[in-house]
Design a protein around this ligand. Structure first.
Ligand code: F6P
Length: 550
């Protein structure tokens, strides 16, 4: 970042910090009471998609100052650089072009002067033909039986995206059953394969690098499972692979027509739109997969073309930045009121925390303030009966992001979607309004409790309120709305990264643990000594070995 720009960012962040201390609304209840237009002022719509941040401690000055920070950080210029295929992932020298994977226009997108779109379309067509072949039964297993089950073996971005989206879109699932194995814990693959018949199962090995230890280990176990049951010669007919490392896949023995490539300009956590989405496409069909891409493309176009103050990902990013860096809230909860979005919080954890969990700027200098928050969550209404107690009465403020559909897929189930929506809105209302001591006391008194009992119990029933939340509403969760929602979050993470001044597209922080695990494998297995390790690690190794009789 040029020093002039860095100073400009510093100045605008300082203005925002001053405003947080003196100028930002202190009380949401009164902010709503004073401004009947607060909802329309702090919400945006894109077709059926609504983003509401009116229940956050912001006013017009906050939004103007946040816009200044975005301008100072050159968010729009950086966005344009991303869409133009510039190598914005500077530590790996790569372009960042997941948007090309869902570019549904005829516009070329170039990397180093070469249009990537023909390659993208070619892989998509090959995936479509393969998926249709499996879905129709034309592509069979080695015993001539149709494939009834697919097992995706991958981890991180090669697992979370397809696993999350396949569950989310289960009403559209009319292809073979999809299973996902990620953990190196042998329990995961053992439990998954135990339910399946090798003769009707296809294994998809999904790994960008084709070196990830968990994936390679599980792939070997699955290969053995197929070979033991059907013979070595059956392996080719029961495997497919998705990777950027085509030479490595070839060495694994997977036939070329079952290898689906992608490119180094697609980050793992941004790869659901690439061939990594193959299990999803097999499950819901190429047409629905296309609608999923359409939804993401619609968000890309909105992000690319809409002025800052009307731009949903930019606003979501700015409010996220406000909460994390200025208000100092360490985490954010994402609560989809949608059972089928049960894996969305895990997906967003990788997207957000692997992207923005960084401690140095894009130039390698220590960052000046906090970067990405802890992201966590569970579907509502389940979370209400688990951790919402802390959200309402705990000592930390945790901004919540509620996501709910206006319509469900089960219209015949008596009132259940209405109950879901009512619960979602009730939680954001409760977080905002809270309940004062006087209100709590009045409620208890109305139940005819004695004065002393009212005095004793009322403090336990106080809710401080004033706790921020964002609400996102979309129409029925279908491939289009899901694609658009995921792209909204991707761009939000991008916006926040630009303001933090970090590179959102590398993940060096996962490397050290991988290196040490490789070193420790012979140690825990007893082949090597732990003498070079710290005392704690030595003690743990000794205990494990003793318990294992080694
Ligand atoms: O460990 C981090 C990571 O590199 C993620 O970024 C990635 O999504 C995951 O591992 C899996 O990597 P691969 O697709 O290369 O197996």
């Amino acid at each position: 970042m040029a020093s002039e720009q860095a100073n400009e960012v510093k100045r605008s962040v300082k203005a925002l910090k001053d405003h947080w201390k003196n100028g930002a609304p202190r009380n949401m209840r009164s902010a709503f009471a004073e401004d009947p237009k607060r909802f329309s002022r702090y919400s945006l719509e894109l077709d059926d998609l609504l983003l509401d941040w009116s229940k956050c401690l912001v006013n017009d000055d906050t939004m103007a100052l946040l816009a200044d920070v975005a301008r100072a950080a050159k968010v729009e210029e950086r966005r344009d650089a991303m869409f133009a295929g510039k190598p914005i992932n500077n530590t790996e020298g790569r372009a960042v072009l997941h948007v090309a994977l869902r570019n549904r226009s005829d516009k070329p997108i170039k990397v180093d002067g070469e249009d990537v779109m023909p390659g993208v379309k070619d892989v998509l067509d090959r995936m479509g033909a393969f998926a249709e072949g499996l879905r129709s039964g034309a592509i069979k297993g080695s015993k001539g039986k149709p494939i009834t089950d697919i097992v995706n073996i991958g981890i991180g971005g090669s697992d979370l995206g397809p696993a999350m989206a396949t569950l989310a879109l289960s009403p559209y699932h009319d292809g073979p059953r999809a299973h996902f194995v990620s953990n190196v814990d042998g329990a995961h693959i053992a439990d998954t394969l135990a339910k399946l018949d090798p003769a009707t199962t296809l294994i998809i090995v999904a790994s960008k690098t084709f070196t990830t230890i968990e994936t390679m280990t599980n792939a070997k176990a699955a290969r053995k499972w197929i070979a033991d049951a059907l013979g070595e010669e059956a392996v080719g007919q029961h495997f497919a692979a998705v990777s950027t490392a085509l030479d490595k896949v070839d060495a694994f023995g997977i036939p070329a027509d079952r290898i689906f490539g992608f490119w180094d300009w697609v980050g793992g956590r941004y790869s659901i739109w690439s061939a990594i989405g193959l299990p999803l496409m097999i499950a819901i069909g190429p047409e629905n997969f296309g609608r999923f891409l359409d939804g993401a493309h619609a968000m890309d176009e909105h992000f690319r073309k809409t002025p800052l103050k009307k731009n949903l990902p930019i606003m979501l990013g700015l409010v996220g930045y406000w909460h994390r860096a200025i208000s100092g809230y360490m985490s954010r909860a994402v609560i989809p009121y949608d059972q089928r979005l049960a894996r969305l919080p895990a997906y967003l954890q990788q997207l957000d925390m692997e992207s923005n969990g960084k401690g140095v700027t894009i130039d390698g200098k220590p960052v000046a303030g906090p970067t990405g928050p802890v992201v966590w969550g569970e579907p509502g209404t389940n979370g209400q009966h688990a951790f919402f107690q802390l959200l309402h009465q705990g000592t930390d403020t945790i901004p919540v992001e509620f996501i709910v559909a206006a319509t469900g897929h089960e219209p015949n189930l008596d009132n259940q979607h209405e109950m879901l929506m009512a619960n979602c809105l009730a939680q954001s209302e409760a977080l905002m309004k809270g309940r004062t001591l006087e209100e709590a006391a009045a409620q208890l008194a109305a139940k005819n409790l004695s004065k002393s009992e009212v005095k004793r119990l009322a403090p336990h029933r106080v809710f401080t309120g004033n706790r921020p939340s964002i609400t996102i509403i979309h129409d029925k969760l279908d491939p289009y709305t899901l694609g658009r929602l995921i792209a909204l979050y991707e761009h939000r993470v991008f916006v926040e990264a630009q303001i933090f001044g970090i590179n959102a597209f590398d993940q060096w922080g996962v490397e050290l643990g991988k290196e040490l695990a490789t070193e420790l494998l012979p140690v825990v297995s007893g082949a090597e000594t732990a003498k070079d390790k710290d005392a704690s690690t030595q003690g743990l190794v000794a205990h494990l070995r003793k318990r294992r009789g080694k």
